[in-house]
Design a protein around this ligand. Structure first.
Ligand SMILES: *Cc1c(COP(=O)(O)O)cnc(C)c1O
Length: 357
């Protein structure tokens, strides 16, 4: 009855181990829908990597609300990626020593240290992303604030870089120099937390900044980096033959030709959405499709479901937990209970079942 993610367990776990081996100090990122796997499962997998002896000491979550999802399934440190603000929800005080806050504004640094003098803190430096972070000048002032709060525990500097477009190293070098110049009081070796650097860039960074520990925060490449280990299927729930002109659906549409309506699992609640209409939508192209009797010309939209390797059309927009597809005559008609392939965006999909072999 389900939208199912089937995982080739041995292959997926081997991939996780190889990414962890290739990135010492890796900070697995478990946020949002858990990249399709759920946060709890990713936390357990991070623990598994740690138990297998990989260098994994910190798990990153996106928000403070996500801390309880991972805290009981993972026993290491928890870095919160969204910068601390005075209005973040409180978390279990027993976790105080495990939580590392990201701080991106001077006012927040002052306020956090006033509320929690021994807080563990990563200072975020603004990057070309322009999302959150301090300027070089603000980093310098943050150093002053930290000197006034000697119990605050500085855990390094964070840089959130845009997705790879050319080389990031020039930017990283400039931003790190600002941090070094700020001379913030540190404990032991300094750490830079980075995202979206290539393996080559990470290696160069480690060589150029030997007095820094480099901690790569990695989500997609870790959890979703071997797509061949993942397979998404939906179940055929019902099959109805239709003749041209028959009425169906919430909007009482008429079938443009004879064929079959398929009701399949997966709808808006799972994140199944309408995809772009097929092909070229110029008037000339539409006229040509109409002349050929193409179904997109009558307003059918391509769906993410495929049968026998061919992407199929939605008969109408997806429902909450099911979708209706139109299968024209001539195509093989699957049986109720058959599984069909679905192409999804993992970071936007909630599966009914996750089967890991
Ligand atoms: C989401 C996120 C990451 C991980 O991004 P991926 O592209 O999934 O590897 C790293 N750092 C920050 C700050 C993030 O928000």
């Amino acid at each position: 009855m389900s939208l199912t993610l089937s995982v080739d367990g041995p292959r997926w776990r081997a991939h996780l181990e190889s990414v962890a081996d290739g990135h010492p100090g890796i900070v697995p990122v478990a946020k949002g829908n858990g990249y399709g796997f759920t946060l709890g499962r990713l936390a357990r997998k991070a623990q598994w990597l740690r138990d297998r002896g990989h260098d994994v000491t910190t798990l990153a979550v996106g928000t403070y609300d996500e801390i309880p999802e991972v805290a009981s399934r993972w026993d290491g440190d928890i870095l919160v990626l969204t910068p601390w603000r005075p209005f973040v929800p409180p978390f279990d005080p027993k976790l105080t020593n495990r939580v590392i806050h990201t701080v991106s504004r001077l006012v927040d640094l002052e306020q956090l240290l006033a509320l929690a003098p021994t807080a563990r803190i990563v200072l975020e430096r603004m990057t070309s992303m322009q999302r959150h972070g301090m300027s070089g000048r603000e980093l310098w002032e943050a150093g002053e604030v930290l000197r006034r709060h000697p119990d605050g525990r500085l855990e390094g500097v964070a840089l959130h870089l845009p997705l790879a477009q050319g080389n990031h190293l020039g930017e990283v070098g400039r931003l790190l120099n600002d941090y070094v110049a700020a001379a913030v009081p540190k404990q032991g070796k300094d750490t830079v937390w980075v995202s979206h650097l290539t393996d080559g860039e990470l290696t160069s960074l480690c060589e150029q900044y030997g007095d820094f520990t480099v901690r790569p925060r990695i989500g997609t490449q870790l959890w979703l980096g071997d797509r061949g280990a993942l397979h998404v299927t939906a179940t055929v729930l019902d099959v109805h033959p239709v003749e041209r002109g028959d009425i169906f659906g919430y909007r009482a549409r008429t079938a443009p030709k004879s064929g079959h309506l398929l009701v399949v699992s997966g709808g808006t609640a799972h994140g199944i959405g309408l995809e772009a209409p097929t092909g070229d939508q110029s008037i000339k192209a539409r006229a040509a499709t109409l002349a050929r009797g193409g179904l997109d010309a009558v307003g059918f939209v391509r769906s993410p479901y495929s049968i026998d390797g061919k992407q199929r059309l939605f008969a109408e927009p997806p429902h909450m937990q099911a979708s209706m597809l139109f299968l024209p005559n001539g195509a093989r008609v699957p049986a109720v209970g058959d599984r069909i392939d679905v192409r999804v965006r993992y970071t936007a999909t909630t599966f009914d079942r996750i089967d890991i072999s």
